[in-house]
Design a protein around this ligand. Structure first.
Ligand code: AMP
Ligand code: FE
Ligand code: FE
Ligand code: ZN
Length: 289
């Protein structure tokens, strides 16, 4: 049998993905993936439905996860959290706060767009987010629908990209803060798509000190050289090398990668499972003392 395939970075309608959690699981199962992780932006709302779907379809395991966007002076750093305790009150409260700040930010972008002559309504953007974490892809979709551009990519390029005239910053939280938050919620913090982070080698030791356990070395579009470089950093800092596609439902967004497209070694999932089990039993033993 060929190696069991895994994809540890997936989005659903709980944030800016186009497929529901159950649809993502069905698609992954059909593609023959053995393990997937649901990692929506600032929410764990899709995890329950995904796990239930996996149970129903069989042969596929879902790791509960989240992706938290954080900011550093020269860009963004995204922290993945695997096996987070979905009952953790602090995590729930912090994620809720981040989602609320995204609503205000989306309103801000709609206002900036209006000043530029791009008339879209916040109501439509909110409708497109359909109760999930609201983000720029929903704003982009509304701009496309209104006929101002022909694709979301174009909306990002002209208006809401980081340097665009209608861009509004997200609530600023530090990567160390997100790593600590995940760790306190019994989760395993992993650095997402690290290759575009400026000063990565300065940042990494700080994140490790805060509790980082892994780094995404296999990712859509990463060359063999990039992956090798990241594998070297993982070894140096004793981190688990993970990976995923960052699938958002494909098709509409040209930047999006297909589910399962990245060759992630099964060992990545195995090491996460093992570390999670080890931490759980340590916690249990401590509780029994
Ligand atoms: P936000 O979290 O609201 O800042 O939006 C970031 C999300 O927008 C990313 O997670 C991607 O899903 C999407 N995105 C980022 N850059 C682009 C782009 N150039 N074209 C289309 N979608 C993008
Ligand atoms: Fe996204
Ligand atoms: Fe990300
Ligand atoms: Zn992502």
């Amino acid at each position: 049998m060929s190696e069991r395939r895994v994809d540890l970075h997936l989005h659903t309608t709980a944030s800016d993905g186009l497929l529901s959690p159950a649809e993502v699981v069905m698609r992954a199962a059909k593609l023959g993936l053995a393990v997937i992780a649901i990692t929506d932006h600032d929410t764990i709302a899709g995890v329950g439905a995904a796990m239930a779907a996996a149970e129903a379809v069989g042969g596929i395991e879902v790791i509960p996860g989240v992706e938290i966007n954080t900011d550093v002076p020269h860009g963004e750093v995204h922290i993945l959290g695997y096996f987070i305790d979905r009952e953790d009150a602090e995590l729930a409260r912090r994620l809720e706060h981040l989602r609320a700040s995204r609503v205000a930010r989306a309103r801000g972008m709609v206002a900036k767009l209006a000043a530029l002559g791009i008339a879209i309504s916040f109501e439509r953007v909110s409708e497109l987010a359909a109760g999930g974490t609201i983000g720029r892809p929903h704003v982009a979709q509304a701009i496309v629908e209104a006929g101002y551009v022909s694709s979301p990519t174009e909306a990002f390029a002209h208006y809401i990209g980081r340097d665009g005239p209608a861009y509004v910053e997200r609530e600023k939280i530090l990567p160390e803060d997100a790593v600590g938050l995940v760790a306190r919620a019994s989760g395993l913090p992993v650095l997402a798509h690290p290759s575009d982070i400026a000063n990565l080698e300065d940042l990494l030791p700080r994140l490790v000190e805060s509790g980082l356990v892994g780094l995404e070395a296999y990712y859509s579009g990463y060359s063999a050289d990039t992956t090798d470089y990241l594998l070297g950093l993982a070894r140096k800092h004793d981190l688990i090398a993970t990976g995923g596609s960052d699938y958002h439902g494909g098709a509409k967004a040209s930047f999006d990668a297909e589910l399962g497209i990245v060759a992630v070694p099964y060992a990545a999932a195995e090491q996460l499972f093992a570390l999670h089990r080890q931490r759980q039993s340590t916690k249990l033993a401590a509780a029994e003392q």
